[in-house]
Write a protein that binds this ligand. Structure first.
Ligand SMILES: Cc1cc2nc3c(=O)[nH]c(=O)nc-3n(C[C@H](O)[C@H](O)[C@H](O)COP(=O)(O)OP(=O)(O)OC[C@H]3O[C@@H](n4cnc5c(N)ncnc54)[C@H](O)[C@@H]3O)c2cc1C
Length: 293
């Protein structure tokens, strides 16, 4: 049973924002796959909801802007992301990451916006969006502002979003994806319907002859309280022959991660995973970019 006091079905983004402004306790619901679980567990029992679920015209879909930026509506589902022609042509690794969340039903309901706004470290699309340096467009009563995903996370379950603000667009600028190839690995105890024990997303830009790492991005989920990038490792791998970088990246990443013990897995196991999977993710990203490895 769901203990919900009321649901307000917003008619537009601005209408949702006014509803949130006038009710400081109300919660936003999009696909509901996180919100409803919390209500059922009793954490948000008796809540009042503002639903943005029907605002598909304003908030759903993936488009290529005239300047080549990829623009993702936050109501785009995991499935919608994976099957988008724009995603496949520009940032296919994001579609692959979205395809690893839950099972088919979950992927048809859960949204990319919810995956970022829940502030959870295990969110399967978050590390890849972080690696791409996504720009998040947020709207509130005073208008719109943009924030880099690198400044988004403020602690476990906390993001840089005021109560009366909505995430209205996720932008991956052309300059952040052009020339890059990427690979995401989710390690979970089961191959479906399981939250990541560890997730790693690696993007690489190769030299013209495909032998040297010209630039690199490495982002983790579940290797700390929120998703994050390994900036020192990114620098250290730049300029290395690709084979050498694959050998070194895991050891380097270990200096930057801070996983913990949980009922899902021990800290020691997560450290082992991070070391091993960083190299595998880089090797696969490089292969996708045309390296012989
Ligand atoms: C069985 C099951 C399996 C799951 N497996 C996975 C998995 O493998 N990988 C994974 O990453 N996740 C998984 N999840 C978690 C969940 O599906 C995802 O986090 C999903 O992306 C949430 O999206 P939603 O639209 O359902 O969010 P909701 O539940 O509607 O909202 C989540 C949070 O985001 C806020 N919010 C949503 N949209 C906006 C917006 N546009 N602006 C402001 N705030 C907003 C809500 O207020 C809420 O705080 C699973 C969940 C379930 C129930």
């Amino acid at each position: 049973m769901y203990d919900i006091t009321s649901i307000y079905q917003a008619r537009s983004v601005d209408d949702a924002i006014s509803a949130l402004k006038s009710d400081p306790e109300a919660l936003v619901i999009a696909g509901g796959t996180d919100v409803l679980i919390k209500i059922r567990e009793g954490k948000d029992a008796g809540c009042r909801l503002v639903s943005i679920h029907e605002l598909r015209e304003e908030l759903e879909g993936v488009a290529l802007a005239p300047n080549g930026d990829v623009e993702i509506g936050p109501l785009t589902t995991f499935r919608g992301c994976t099957f988008s022609d724009v995603i496949r042509a520009t940032v296919p690794v994001l579609g692959e990451a979205a395809d690893m969340a839950g099972g088919p039903q979950l992927r048809a309901a859960g949204t990319l916006g919810g995956n970022l706004c829940n502030g959870i470290t295990s969110a399967d699309t978050a590390s890849t969006q972080m690696a791409f340096g996504a720009i998040l467009r947020v709207r509130g009563p005073e208008g719109e502002r943009e924030i880099s995903i690198n400044d988004w996370y403020r602690g476990v379950g906390k993001v840089a979003l005021a109560h009366d603000e909505l995430l209205v667009k996720i932008v991956i600028p052309k300059s952040h994806y052009e020339g890059w190839s990427g690979h995401y690995i989710k390690y979970a105890m089961r191959s479906a319907m399981d939250i990541a024990t560890l997730g790693v997303s690696c993007l690489v830009k190769l030299s013209a002859d495909k032998t040297v790492v010209e630039d690199l991005r490495l982002a983790f989920g579940v290797a700390g309280p929120v998703p994050f990038r390994c900036l020192e490792t990114e620098k250290a791998m730049t300029g290395l022959p690709i084979g050498e970088a694959v050998k070194q990246i895991g050891a380097s990443a270990l200096k930057e991660i801070h996983p913990r013990d949980s009922w899902r897995a021990s800290k020691a196991f997560r450290i082992q995973l991070a070391r091993e999977l960083s190299g595998r993710a880089l090797a696969e990203a490089a292969r996708k970019g045309g390296a012989q490895i």
